[in-house]
Structure formats: C-alpha cells, structure tokens
Design a protein around this ligand. Structure first.
Ligand SMILES: [Zn+2]
Length: 321
C-alpha cells in the first residue's frame, strides 16, 4: 500500500513537472514571436538610418547629394498587428525631405523712403509685412530657422507641412522695432544676418537687442561679415577677417556657435565659399532666386526676394497658393 502511495505520488510529481514545464515552454514559444518581430523591425530600420551618409564637411560645392532623397524614399515597416503598444521613437522623420523650402529674404521693414529707389525696393512697409505674416499664419505655414533647415537636411528632424524660412539681412534696427513684434505675436521664427562692424550704430540693432532676440528661441543670429564688403574682391587675409572674425565676434557676444551665413549683396565665388566653409558655417544663403532644394549645396542656397512693391496677391503667388 505504502509502495503504491509512493509510486502514485512520484507519478503525480512527474506529471505535474511535465505539465508545468510544458506550460513554461509553451509560454516561451508564445511570447517569442512578439520580441522577434520587434527585433526584425529594428533590423529593417537600422540599415536604413545607418546607411545614410553623413555629408562630410568640407563638402565639395557642386557634387553635394544630400541623404534626404534616399531616406525619404524608404518606407518604414508596418508594425506587427499583435503589438498594441506604439513602437519606440521612430528612427526616420515622418515627412519627406525632398520638398523645396522657400527662404524669404527681407531687408528693411519700414515705410518706403522717398527719392531712394534702391532703398524703397529693399523696404517692406510694416503694414504690408504684418499682412504677409498674417497670411502665412492663416495658411498654415510653419517657420523654420536656417539652423533647423540644416537639421532637416541632416535627417535629424522632419520637415513640417508648409515649411518656410524667414531671413532678414543687415541687422537693421527696424527688425527689432517693426518685424519682431509681429513675428513674436505669431510665434514665428526668423534668421537675421548681422554685420558685426556696425552693431550699435543708429540704424542698426545693439548687442543688447541681439542678445534678447537670441535668447527668445525664435530668432537665429547668423553672420553677414564685419563690414559688408564684396567678398569676391578681397585678398585672402581680408576675406578671412571678414568671414571668420564676424563669426568669432558673434559667438563671443552671444556665447554659442553661429552656424548660418549670408553673402553681402549675394556676391560669392569658390574662394569665398571655401572661406565660409573653413570658418565653420553650416548653411549659407545667396541672393540667387529660387527655393532651397535638398540637392542644393548647403553653402549656396537660393532665396526668394521680397520686394517692397509686392502685393499680397503677389506674395501668395510666389508661394504657389
Ligand atoms: Zn546685406
């Protein structure tokens, strides 16, 4: 009897072990597919991101192909249906980065001066400017700084719908008094190009104004040389001084790296572009007309000039609406 009891107990023990062990194995099998799917998903995504070549700096002028084209063409794998939790932070930005981006170019935001045709062409009336900004807001545009455009081009952030970059050359004081209140009201971002040699002069902004704008998080300060000379006409050391010292002064005054540059009067050649690259600027804008494409070389981006006499209909037309 005792023997029978022992045998039964042993049998039960074995059976119990088999059942529990089996369930554990079964659980293992059941649980495995999900992590494997994630792993597979990551394996598919990983090469896509790591395969994107990082644009080397120094980048040759004419032969720049940005990684965005290929990155944008890749489709992210669909998450496995069994997973209800969202997949981890996407490794690719959600929007295509091949879309051209208009970089608008402003100078003065002031009433048109009389008897000064050039000054008038460079001046956008404050009311006209406000109407243009209202129009952008009403039509769902998202403003980016040039620094952010560089991040888009590097694949670090996605391109928002209806992206636009607003740039203001020369650092005139009317940016602070007339443009900035309008931009701030809309929460719009802008990039301003500063001639360091004239900061604080009556017509130009002061370092205190520039620091305030810089701290706002909405305005990126970029370089526009020390004296606003035609850079194609300078000797090597003068060119170096105009480009590198401008950057150095801005960085000392604002306490952080300066990344964007605008060529005075849009004048540049290969020597000038090399100096801008050597100084360490990431993006530079010209006065060449056009929208900035992902395939454009980063140091010679075109812009869209906003003339003083442009009507609101003309403004809408330029932006293709
Ligand atoms: Zn200028």
């Amino acid at each position: 009897m005792l023997r029978w009891l022992v045998q039964t107990a042993v049998l039960f023990g074995v059976l119990f072990g088999v059942v529990v062990g089996g369930r554990l194995v079964l659980n293992q099998l059941l649980q495995h597919p999900a992590p494997r799917a994630v792993e597979a998903q990551e394996r598919i995504t990983t090469p896509a991101t790591t395969a994107i070549p990082v644009a080397p700096s120094p980048t040759p002028l004419a032969t720049v192909t940005l990684p965005d084209d290929r990155a944008a063409g890749l489709t992210r794998p669909t998450p496995p249906p069994a997973r209800s939790t969202p997949s981890p932070t996407p490794t690719l930005p959600p929007h295509g980065q091949t879309a051209p981006v208009p970089i608008l170019m402003y100078h003065y935001i002031r009433p048109k001066p009389a008897n000064d045709p050039l000054g008038a062409a460079l001046s956008v009336d404050p009311e006209t400017f406000a109407a243009q900004m209202d129009w952008l807001a009403a039509h769902g545009y998202t403003t980016l700084t040039l620094h952010e455009l560089a991040e888009v081009r590097a694949g670090k952030i996605g391109l928002p719908p209806k992206p636009i970059v607003l740039t203001f050359d020369d650092g005139y004081r009317d940016f602070y008094t007339a443009a900035w209140p309008v931009l701030k009201r809309h929460g719009f971002k802008a990039t301003i190009f500063i001639i360091t040699g004239v900061v604080g002069n009556p017509q130009y902004m002061t370092w205190d104004m520039l620091r305030e704008l810089d701290r706002s998080g909405l305005v990126e300060v970029g370089g526009h040389t020390v004296h606003h000379l035609d850079l194609t006409q300078l000797n090597a050391s003068a060119l170096e001084h105009e480009v590198a010292d401008c950057k150095q002064t801005l960085e000392t005054q604002l306490g952080h790296p300066i990344e964007s540059f605008a060529y005075p009067a849009g004048r540049f050649n290969e020597t000038v572009v090399s100096a801008v690259q050597r100084a360490g600027f990431t993006l530079a804008v010209t006065t060449k007309p056009g929208w900035a494409r992902a395939t454009d070389a980063p140091l010679v981006l075109p812009r869209v000039r906003i003339q003083g006499d442009l009507t609101l209909a003309g403004f809408a037309d330029i932006l293709g609406s």
